[in-house]
Ligand binder design. Structure first.
Ligand SMILES: Nc1ncnc2c1ncn2[C@@H]1O[C@H](COP(=O)(O)OP(=O)(O)O)[C@@H](O)[C@H]1O
Ligand SMILES: CC(=O)OP(=O)(O)O
Ligand SMILES: [Mg+2]
Length: 418
């Protein structure tokens, strides 16, 4: 009986699911199909599907508005695909991996049982665009695929190596300890993939790899990776800190909110019994960022527009990214193996990459315009100019593959208790 792994990546604007078949040989599981519903924050959402030579791109979907809608749509699509007989029997799905953004103090992945489910639910307030959506998918899996083992992979786990002086906020330590207020950091599944891919590409052991990695998607972050581990990262207690995003402000003066509205501390209308967020958090997470500045969350459209508000959004993003690249270069003492772009915008946004690299040229980074416009097909490609002091790379990050690989490596830990 084939063992199938469904790897589910619920982002703030998309749900991406890859289907793998496990095998006994060493190496990666075999990918059978990849489906994603994108644009949940810029309706209509669209479907992208790839199975062998079968490709669908940009199919507009009616009524798909949430992560759960997207999951159910993709599962139907996969199980009804005649060219994917491996999924005709839902019981063959042995493992479902779920990307869960906030994992609190979990240093590694966890089988989702009652306890972990409730713990992840408690953390929903700290990742209001993410955890609750991922849990709706966990619940759907439990009813639609009762034989599968659900495993949570946390975006925050990769950052459990942050030094204390970097993860600690200068606030009352008693309150901080009691409420577990510290820098957690996110996009860690992606950063784990990036470390392994760049280490293979540069033929340098991961344990000696120093990179400045930028995961730029609907949510965007920068991470300073020292000796293959997270040394600093731009997101914080929640994914709101650091860089702006599709609907997020990124870091602002914390006092700003009290001048923006008198209702800052009141519960927002999107609070539920299980998730409590204030009006301030609602505004900064869901009503700010590119959406507020330009009216669209599509950074591709923003980058190619001449409209002044789009130009301003573009300039803000480049500026805020540089605000992390430079200090991370210093924290690595100039011993930097590469500056790495990843995520939907990092991988596809040639104009933004060119602008960021131009602004940090005094550090020794330089882009090759031709390669930047038409990067190669590999998982990692170089876009740096010949002779530049430091390398600039694009990494096609794959959070679904990172989770599926880990399932196979750690499967002993996940034996299902029947
Ligand atoms: N050609 C492009 N140039 C710049 N940005 C792009 C381009 N194509 C897509 N994007 C942007 O990538 C972002 C989505 O990134 P992704 O990492 O897939 O998001 P998520 O955070 O939901 O996982 C969107 O803002 C989208 O507009
Ligand atoms: C952590 C985070 O912001 O994730 P995403 O970019 O997928 O929304
Ligand atoms: Mg993402």
């Amino acid at each position: 009986m084939p063992e199938i792994i469904l790897s589910i990546n619920a982002g703030s604007s998309s749900v991406k699911i890859s289907v793998y078949q496990a095998h006994d040989k060493s190496g990666d599981p075999t990918q059978l199909a990849e489906a994603s519903v994108e644009g949940l924050t810029a309706p209509p959402a669209t479907l992208k599907y790839e199975r062998g030579d079968e490709k669908i791109k940009g199919k507009e979907l009616e009524g798909i508005e949430s992560q759960e809608d997207a999951f159910r749509y993709i599962l139907d699509h996969l199980t009804q695909d005649k060219g994917l007989p491996e999924l005709n029997h839902k019981d063959d799905i042995k493992f479902t991996c779920h990307r869960v953004v906030h994992g609190g103090n979990y240093p590694n992945s966890q089988v989702i049982d009652e306890d972990t489910y409730h713990h992840i639910e408690e953390l929903s307030d700290l990742a209001p665009l993410h955890n609750a959506g991922a849990l709706t998918i966990v619940r759907a899996v439990s009813s639609l695929l009762p034989h599968a083992t659900n495993i949570a992979y946390f975006d925050s786990s990769f950052h459990s190596t942050l030094p204390t002086h970097i993860s600690t906020y200068p606030i009352d330590p008693k309150v901080a300890a009691h409420n577990q207020l510290r820098k957690y950091g996110f996009h860690g599944i992606s950063y784990a993939f990036i470390v392994s891919a760049v280490s293979t590409y540069l033929q340098k052991p991961a344990s000696t790899l120093n990179i400045i990695a930028l995961h730029l998607g609907s949510g965007a972050s920068a991470t300073c990776i020292k000796n293959g581990t997270s040394y600093d990262t731009s997101m914080g207690l929640t994914p709101l800190a650091g860089l702006p995003g599709a609907t997020r402000s990124g870091s602002i003066d914390p006092s700003l909110m009290f001048h923006f509205t008198h209702d800052a501390g009141k519960p927002s209308r999107s609070s539920t019994q299980k998730m409590h967020i204030t009006t301030a958090e609602e505004i900064l997470n869901k009503k700010s960022g590119w959406q507020a500045l330009t009216g669209t969350t599509d950074f591709g459209a923003i980058s190619s527009s001449d409209a002044p508000e789009c130009q301003l959004a573009f300039d803000i993003f480049a500026d805020r990214i540089v605000n992390f690249v430079a200090p991370y270069f210093v924290k690595l003492d100039g011993k930097v193996d590469a500056l790495v772009f990843a995520g939907g915008i990092g991988e596809r946004g040639a104009r933004l990459r060119a602008e960021v690299v131009r602004q940090v040229r005094c550090l020794g980074f330089e882009i090759d315009e031709g390669r930047n416009e038409k990067p190669g097909d590999g998982v990692v490609t170089s876009i740096g100019a010949e002779g530049a002091r430091y390398k600039t790379l694009i990494c096609k990050t794959d959070e679904q593959l990172e989770m599926a690989r880990s399932v196979l490596e750690e499967r002993g830990r996940f034996a299902k208790k029947d």
